[in-house]
Design a protein around this ligand. Structure first.
Ligand SMILES: Cc1ncc(COP(=O)(O)O)c(C=O)c1O
Length: 422
């Protein structure tokens, strides 16, 4: 008998992430440098207990928190989110208003709904090469095509972006392009941060090709790791601060990484008419994110708790990143290029050309045999027939492993690499 599944139901491939998690669970002694989990010891247990106690102390504050809320989210949290972003952006208020904010179940839900609002099957989204692999899974599942734009240490290669847009115009495919997705801070998987000049350049290029596309081309800025900065460099303003942002920038943010992944509160800022479309879609998804958790975040942001938590998290990741950096210097062959990050959860390692670290590679299999797991970089490249998927990258996370396990995991991986790389 045929299945009753929809085209989407049939098309959706198993997420790479569940395969990696299953692999980790099957080997109890395995050290995972693959997980995108945050640091357990840094999670705000006491702070959350205190704030939840405050909320649930009386019916006056407890009942609204335990009731359904509104689809767009708790009004105070929307306002606090807008002012928090405005503060991070140096007081800029070009596109930072509370009316443009929607609170979501993690930024993942926001990204999904944004693609639902923008794209039909066969449409095209430009992405960084490499990029966040769960975003690529959404594209695959929804039948949306992707083109990869080369990524440099300070963000995407603008000349390559221009070349791709020109080619798409010539081939008539520009009409199917809806936007460009960038992970702009301490990128997943490479740790790269996009400079403001590159955000400006990308926005300008998109604008230039709009006439040929026949519709707006959006810059989707995913700033999931923005607040996990631990180097002493200056924070880069978001694309929301640029001219034209109010019409063309879609911003995805999250409180998962800086506060608590288990609370899973994300948010987005959008221009019309995408805002209204996403709001209506969210009405069908869940008509509002878990209200109790929104009240928790509201209290954390309104007091000093949130800032204290972010400072703690930054300090802890700085320490773990230092441990990984030292271990890499000690154990990895010199021919492996390391992209260190000044924030976030990941370092990116590139093996010499021609050496594969992919899922089916000898290196990945030997690493598993030696009980250490990394994310093969090839999983982070879009299905884009115009180029070969590079397979020499490795995403190494210092987020959830203990310091001892980071040291030991990198030592084991280094020993494996020395067998295959000079
Ligand atoms: C780049 C990026 N964006 C978005 C997300 C989604 O995070 P959340 O849904 O917890 O906000 C992640 C999670 O790992 C991520 O790496």
């Amino acid at each position: 008998m045929k299945t009753a599944l929809s085209a989407l139901g049939k098309r959706t491939a198993p997420p790479a992430i569940s395969w990696l998690m299953k692999t980790a669970l099957a080997r109890p002694k395995l050290i995972s440098l693959a997980a995108g989990f945050t640091d357990n010891a840094s999670l705000p247990v006491e702070l959350s207990r205190r704030l939840l106690n405050e909320i649930l102390r009386s019916p006056k504050t407890g009942q609204p928190a335990l009731q359904y809320g509104t689809t767009a989210g708790e009004p105070r949290l929307r306002a606090l989110t807008a002012s928090h972003l405005q503060k991070l952006d140096g007081g800029h208020d070009r596109a930072h208003s509370a009316e443009r904010v929607i609170i979501t179940g993690g930024s993942q839900q926001f990204l999904y709904m944004t693609l639902e609002a923008l794209c039909d099957e066969g449409d095209l989204i430009l992405v960084e090469d490499p990029t966040y692999f769960v975003f690529l899974s959404i594209l695959q599942s929804c039948g949306i095509k992707a083109r990869g734009v080369k990524l440099e240490r300070d963000g995407l290669d603008l000349a390559h972006l221009e070349k791709i847009l020109t080619q798409l115009k010539k081939s008539g495919e520009l009409r199917r392009v809806k936007g460009l997705y960038l992970v702009t801070y301490f990128q997943n998987p490479t740790g790269a941060t996009t400079s403001l000049a590159k955000k400006r350049g990308a926005l300008k290029l998109l604008k230039r090709f709009e006439r040929a596309a026949g519709h707006p081309l959006y810059l989707i800025e995913d700033a999931a790791y923005r607040e996990l900065r631990f180097d002493h460099g200056e924070d880069v303003p978001t694309a929301l601060t640029l001219p034209g942002a109010k019409q063309r920038v879609i911003y995805a943010g999250t409180y998962s990484k800086p506060f608590a992944t288990g609370a899973r509160i994300g948010f987005g800022m959008l221009p019309e008419p995408v805002y209204t479309a996403v709001l209506r879609i969210k009405g069908n998804h869940d008509f509002g994110t878990a209200n109790l958790l929104q009240h928790l975040l509201t209290r954390a942001l309104a007091g000093s708790g949130y800032d204290q938590q972010v400072a703690k998290v930054q300090k802890n990741y700085a320490r773990k990143a230092r441990v990984m950096k030292r271990a890499l210097a000690e154990h990895f062959p010199a021919s492996v290029e390391i992209w260190e990050s000044g924030g976030g959860l990941y370092f990116w390692a590139r093996l010499p050309k021609g050496v594969s670290a992919g899922v089916h590679s000898k290196i990945f299999q030997a690493a598993l045999k030696n009980d250490v797991l990394y994310v093969p970089g090839e999983l982070c490249y879009a299905d884009d027939a115009t180029r070969r998927k590079p397979d020499n990258g490795m995403r190494l996370s210092f987020g959830s492993a203990s310091e001892a396990n980071i040291r030991e995991g990198i030592r084991r991986l280094g020993a494996v690499l020395r067998k295959f790389v000079k």
